[in-house]
Design a protein around this ligand. Structure first.
Ligand SMILES: NC(=O)c1ccc[n+]([C@@H]2O[C@H](COP(=O)([O-])OP(=O)(O)OC[C@H]3O[C@@H](n4cnc5c(N)ncnc54)[C@H](O)[C@@H]3O)[C@@H](O)[C@H]2O)c1
Ligand SMILES: O=C(O)C[C@H](O)C(=O)O
Length: 313
């Protein structure tokens, strides 16, 4: 019997729960939100698709009742506010830090062995806050950003190449921010062929830039931030944990010397399985990529410092 809780039944949380149910990733999926009746209503709506879509997972909704989340194997945190056009993710810290800290504490009380997947923004800092305030082993705290950013990178590469996105490989590491993301263009391939052999340097640069502001572009179009790919990316990470798939997914994890960094949570390639972070894979970066990673970590650290200034850490 596997159980996943999704906290925050807004755009991202509900989409994540829906994908988890549709793909039968867990036997039971609990959605929790502070808005009276919203989780219950969305859960009932999803359950009324079960016969149409043919899934057997159970979706349960509750209003702030953590007892219903008890003994979850994985808890996904999406609670908090999203950005509006013109904002950065970092600007959300003042509101979201308090929400994420209290939610993380509550879920751990009822699911002391859960693996926590943090989605709320600014995600790298919310992951660090969860790690520091919960004091659980670092393998059990995973920030979701790289799965989404890499999917966007593959999308933009496929558009430039005019090919199927499923036949493109590529990873984005670094922070999950408009200026901190590092799409690893040098290592991206189409059917094993380096994309640098198929696209000009200018075309590749355009893809990299579009990937970095992928979230901002959607926020401009939608008036709030995206949810289909973010929800699916959250479910993708959860599936690798629940089914022990050991997929290589760029994820925001605590570094202790890896990539030359300490006391930070930031996106790096990780093997994700039943124990959460099973392994951090150290890809050999070239000098330019190393410099970008250092700058990205410096920027993430600056946002982490705000946690102390606003007294949540
Ligand atoms: N890491 C990523 O890749 C990524 C991708 C997309 C969105 N996000 C972030 O995810 C968060 C959610 O985005 P969204 O579009 O779903 O927003 P949303 O407003 O649609 O949903 C957020 C939900 O959280 C709920 N909530 C607020 N405080 C709560 C609490 N204390 N306990 C339980 N629920 C609470 C709200 O009632 C709301 O339903 C935002 O911070 C957004 O920036 C991150
Ligand atoms: O862009 C945002 O603010 C939401 C999320 O981080 C995303 O990348 O879609």
């Amino acid at each position: 019997m596997s159980k996943v809780t999704v906290v925050g039944a807004g755009n991202v949380g509900a989409t994540c729960a829906n994908v988890l149910a549709f793909n039968e990733v867990a036997d039971e999926i609990v959605m929790l939100d502070v808005k009276e009746g919203v989780s219950e209503g969305k859960a009932m709506d999803m359950m009324q698709t079960a016969q149409l879509l043919g899934f057997d997972s159970t979706v349960v909704g509750c209003t702030n009742d953590y007892a219903q989340t008890a003994n979850s194997d994985v808890v996904v945190i999406t609670s908090g506010i999203p950005r509006k056009p013109g904002m950065t993710r970092e600007e959300l810290i003042g509101v979201n830090a308090g929400i994420v800290k209290s939610v993380a504490t509550n879920v751990l009380t009822y699911s002391p062995n859960a693996i926590i997947v943090v989605i709320s923004n600014p995600m790298d800092t919310m992951t660090y806050l969860s790690l520091k305030s919960l004091g659980i082993p670092k393998n059990r705290i995973i920030g979701m950003g790289g799965a989404l950013d890499s999917s966007r990178f593959k999308y933009y590469l496929s558009q430039a190449l005019g090919c199927n996105a499923n036949e493109v490989e590529g990873m984005v590491i670094g922070g999950h921010g408009d200026t901190t993301m590092i799409p690893l263009a040098r290592l991206a391939t189409y059917k094993g062929i380096p994309v640098s052999e198929l696209l000009s340097a200018e075309e590749l640069e355009k893809v990299v830039k579009a990937t970095m502001v992928g979230g901002a572009t959607l926020t401009g179009l939608l008036g709030t931030s995206a949810w289909y790919a973010p929800g699916a990316a959250g479910a993708f990470v959860v599936e690798s944990i629940i089914k022990n798939q050991k997929k290589l997914i760029p994820s925001c994890v605590a570094l202790e010397g890896e990539y030359g960094q300490n006391d930070i949570c930031i996106g790096v390639p990780t093997i994700i399985g039943r124990n959460g972070v099973e392994k951090i894979v150290e890809v050999e970066l070239n000098a330019a990529e190393k410099a970008l990673f250092v700058a990205s970590a410096d920027a993430v650290r600056k946002t982490n410092d705000v946690l102390k200034e606003i007294n949540v850490l």
